[in-house]
Design a protein around this ligand. Structure first.
Ligand SMILES: Cc1ncc(COP(=O)(O)O)c(C=O)c1O
Length: 373
């Protein structure tokens, strides 16, 4: 243990893009151009729903009117406002188990009862969903593509079934989709929004994972009446979003920088995903199972049932590798007790190998000893 005391820490905790993903020069130029061109508008207060040219551009991509687009300071803010508008205290909200931990915190804050529906390597278990739909729910929160935290993607057949169920049972679906374009292999799948023609599905998208999280620009497409309610709550909460980042992103898109940015992110993250899969095979091949994401920022590691991930996490951190215990991603910490979420998005590939080796050592150090003979 004493040899580990001085090691530089490696963190698999947070879904940050690797530093080389960030288009620093392009964003600097776009920000300057945006302020020079739109300064009188974007440096003032303005519409709570976002910078009009960006709304129009996003609306054109979806083929809807701009009044259906709501642009926020990051998609978590949109989720928070949506929860504020849609959830009465005590209402059920269906979520994936596991799901994004910050979404669970938001739901808890508005007094929702989050009901987990299992996720496997084909994504959301639609039969379990159907059973849960026998009682009313405010909405279903799902991350169908490269899910945070599992890395799993809901298959096309399950997406079709989910779209049918949403229509038949009239359940509103919030499709949180920040990772769709961070695909390393396999084919792009239609979103639930696309499969339903947008009927009953609110689709949330973000520039955080494909351009830069610090720019804090995300958008959702929703029915116009819902967007009006969100705008009213936004105006009460923060008057208006930050327009300089929105105008900067607008300029970034207008200059055609997005494709290069997507390629840069994929090229930066694919070898990291590969490095983590290889290291897991090498270090934990006979002791654990894990997801094999085709894209996104995270994977999910299932350890043997006798490993307590909440006990392991601080020991791993002391040994120089930080991870998040799986229970954090279930309502009330009710499952995932022998699992971990690992983010491969930030750490350099050689450090990924080292981090997984440290994790394996921490797991081995805590494993129950075989009975002495
Ligand atoms: C599923 C999901 N939704 C939302 C967010 C938050 O993104 P944003 O930076 O757009 O607020 C994240 C970030 O990790 C995420 O994984």
């Amino acid at each position: 243990v004493h040899t580990l005391a001085a090691v530089a820490p490696i963190s698999f905790q947070r879904g940050l893009p690797a530093p080389e993903c960030l288009p620093v020069d392009e964003l600097a130029e776009c920000a300057r151009a945006a302020i020079l061109e739109h300064g009188r508008t974007i440096l003032n207060y303005g519409p709570a729903g976002g910078f009009a040219p960006l709304r129009e551009r996003i609306a054109a991509d979806y083929g809807v009117v701009a009044g259906r687009i709501f642009v926020t300071n990051g998609s978590l803010q949109a989720l928070s406002l949506l929860a504020g508008v849609l959830v009465e205290p005590g209402a059920r909200v269906l979520v994936e188990g596991p799901t994004y931990d910050r979404a669970l915190h938001i739901l808890a804050r508005v007094g929702a009862q989050a009901v987990p529906i299992p996720v496997d390597d084909e994504g959301l278990d639609v039969e379990a969903l159907e059973r849960e739909l026998s009682s009313p729910a405010a909405f279903l929160y799902t991350i169908p593509t490269f899910q945070n935290p599992s890395g799993n993607t809901t298959s096309l057949s399950r997406r079709r079934r989910l779209a049918e169920l949403a229509r038949e049972r009239r359940i509103l679906v919030l499709e949180d989709d920040p990772y769709r374009h961070v695909r390393f292999d396999g084919d792009d799948l239609p979103s639930l929004y696309e499969l339903t023609g947008g009927e009953g599905v609110v689709h949330s998208s973000s520039f955080s994972k494909i351009v830069a999280p610090g720019i804090r620009v995300a958008s959702l497409v929703a029915p116009e009446e819902l967007v009006k309610k969100l705008e009213a709550l936004a105006a009460q909460t923060y008057l208006a979003p930050s327009f300089v980042p929105q105008a900067t992103i607008f300029e970034f898109l207008r200059r055609g920088h997005l494709d290069a940015s997507l390629t840069r992110v994929r090229d930066a993250l694919r070898p990291r995903r590969d490095a983590m899969l290889e290291a897991l095979e090498r270090e934990l091949g006979d002791r654990a199972e894990w997801s094999r994401p085709q894209g996104g920022y995270f994977l999910w590691l299932d350890l043997r049932d006798d490993v307590d991930a909440r006990e392991l996490a601080p020991r791993a951190e002391a040994a120089g590798v930080a991870v998040i215990p799986g229970a954090d991603f279930f309502p009330g910490g009710g499952a995932g007790t022998s699992s971990l979420r690992l983010a491969y998005s930030f750490v350099a590939t050689d450090e990924i190998a080292e981090g997984v080796a440290r994790l394996a050592a921490a797991i081995a150090a805590g494993a129950p000893r075989a009975a002495a003979v």
